[in-house]
Design a protein. Structure first.
Length: 143
């Protein structure tokens, strides 16, 4: 049985804040580095409507969260500072489902089919990333 963490509340909060700052910074860099791709997005054409930057950061975040929670962080409790740092902090700061919902809402005004496509692609790619993360974690835990 896994016992609750003995870490203090301020330490756990600091872990989330530090991880969130790191994850948010990486997401910001991904946006800045790929800003040119935004000009190539055409919100009126179905196949160019999906924001690949959002898809990439969200899918990577889901993959790493699945892998970490079933792999290296599996023996840690949900309130463990390292688990909070990596999952709630770094990966929570990296992923941006609120931006996805905003993007879908904006897209819905001009191209409802593109909005549905973006949500469907995000859902299925995210599910695939989670399954791959789980498989990688399980493969790494075999003797």
């Amino acid at each position: 049985m896994i016992r609750p963490s003995s870490a203090s509340l301020p330490l756990r909060v600091a872990a989330v804040l530090a991880g969130g700052a790191l994850g948010g910074f990486v997401r910001y860099l991904a946006t800045v580095v790929t800003v040119a791709s935004d000009s190539r997005r055409n919100l009126t054409h179905l196949w160019t409507a999906v924001d690949l930057r959002l898809l990439a950061v969200n899918s990577l975040g889901v993959f790493f969260a699945s892998w970490a929670l079933l792999g290296p962080l599996s023996s840690r409790t949900p309130d463990d500072p390292w688990r909070l740092f990596w999952t709630t902090g770094v990966l929570g700061g990296l992923t941006t489902y609120s931006s996805l919902i905003l993007d879908v809402g904006v897209l819905w005004r001009t191209h409802p089919a593109g909005a549905v496509l973006e949500m469907a692609v995000s859902l299925f790619v995210g599910l695939g990333a989670a399954l791959v993360g789980c498989a990688v974690a399980r493969a790494g835990s075999r003797p």
